[in-house]
Design a protein around this ligand. Sequence first.
Ligand SMILES: Nc1ncnc2c1ncn2[C@@H]1O[C@H](COP(=O)(O)OP(=O)(O)OP(=O)(O)O)[C@@H](O)[C@H]1O
Length: 257
Amino acid sequence: MTDAVISVRDLTMAYGSRLIQQDVSFDVMRGDIFVIMGGSGCGKSTLLKHLLGLLEPAKGEILYGTQNFTLAGPGERQKLRQNWGITYQSGGLISAMSLADNVALPLEQYSNYTRSEIQEIVALKLALVGLDGYQDFLPAEISGGMRKRAALARAIALDPDILFFDEPSAGLDPISSRRLDDLILQLKESTGASVVMVTHELPSIFAIANNAIYLDADSKRMIESGNPSWMREHSEHAVVRQFLNRAAEHTVGDGDS
Ligand SMILES: Nc1ncnc2c1ncn2[C@@H]1O[C@H](COP(=O)(O)OP(=O)(O)OP(=O)(O)O)[C@@H](O)[C@H]1O
């Protein structure tokens, strides 16, 4: 357990009296590309929000390394957050600012770099995501795939240890989606960051994830964890196998559990 970057222990999540998931436990290990899976409404985004500290557990706890995030005060939490890069489904870029200014924002907020150092880092990060030469473009002036990559450049501005993604390839065509997968994999390799993502995209899951959990909406429990290819063949839960084997023309059945 020494190399766990995130440990979730007996986490129960609820909105008021509405239970979403109970007793969820898993570890994200250093270097993992870790996917939170499950059918619509099972609580994937809710779990991500708990990991980010946007929602508080009804029960249980979340540790980052050996540090208990659930019990941490605002100062300690802020310190942990500075090691995270987050990209939201919408991209979350500020529309009135150029790509360079968007990427510079976290550096201006949380680092002590000089203006010229920041410019250098921004150029480097944009080049890393294949957006060399687009510094002065506004988000509306580039494609959806490029916006996702710009958001990724911003997320890696401070060299985070952990990258969080909410549906990174939502709304992208298969080719842009594949490019984003490759980029995530490449960034993981070059930065050593661990990656946690929520995604429905089976091609992405099989292409880049080495570790995953499956949250079941019916039982409100995490019913499977491990390597997604292994789960597809060997999970004892039909609903998990069906989810991972689903063909485009089939919908996921309720299955057994
Ligand atoms: N703020 C909220 N208050 C009450 N219930 C909520 C709230 N946000 C989400 N829910 C409910 O919690 C459940 C889980 O939602 P969540 O968005 O986490 O699921 P999800 O697995 O990410 O779904 P999807 O795959 O459809 O995006 C859903 O039934 C949803 O309606």
